[in-house]
Design a protein. Structure first.
Length: 138
């Protein structure tokens, strides 16, 4: 079995945002030479997420509105975590959207369903953060 590891870095210019990283994951898969296996795509920060969904701007807007309703950024006073930082809401949003996604590799391609894409979700942006790509297989 072979393995491949690479980090992708992001600096989202706003507090919250979503980036389609499917093309970068496909490049990593090509670099790995693995034809059959699994790809782990993992947010390496506790206020960011990786998830699989549709690449549609209306849906992304809906995610932002929904997440703000569930865990609004302001006011920060209700959160006990905010003792010097104001990102308790970002931790909660990450918990909802998830830490990582695992995608099958078949015949050297990501085995995604119709409309599925891989996204990096940022909930406490304006600074550099990374995503781990780990590919295992043959």
């Amino acid at each position: 079995m072979k393995s491949f590891r690479k980090e992708l870095w992001f600096n989202i210019p706003s507090r919250m945002g979503f980036v389609n990283i499917t093309p970068q994951v496909e490049v990593c898969l090509s670099e790995s030479g693995i034809k059959e296996g699994l790809v782990l795509v993992n947010a390496m920060h506790i206020t960011a997420s990786v998830f699989v969904n549709d690449d549609e701007s209306g849906l992304h807007h809906d995610f932002e509105i929904w997440l703000e309703k569930l865990a609004s950024h302001k006011p920060v006073s209700p959160y006990r975590h905010n003792t010097g930082e104001d990102n308790a809401d970002a931790h909660l949003k990450r918990q909802i959207m998830g830490r990582e996604s695992v995608v099958a590799v078949t015949n050297g391609k990501l085995d995604l369903g119709p409309w599925e894409q891989i996204f990096y979700g940022e909930f406490d942006g304006l600074r550099k953060k990374r995503v781990l790509i780990k590919i295992i297989g043959e």
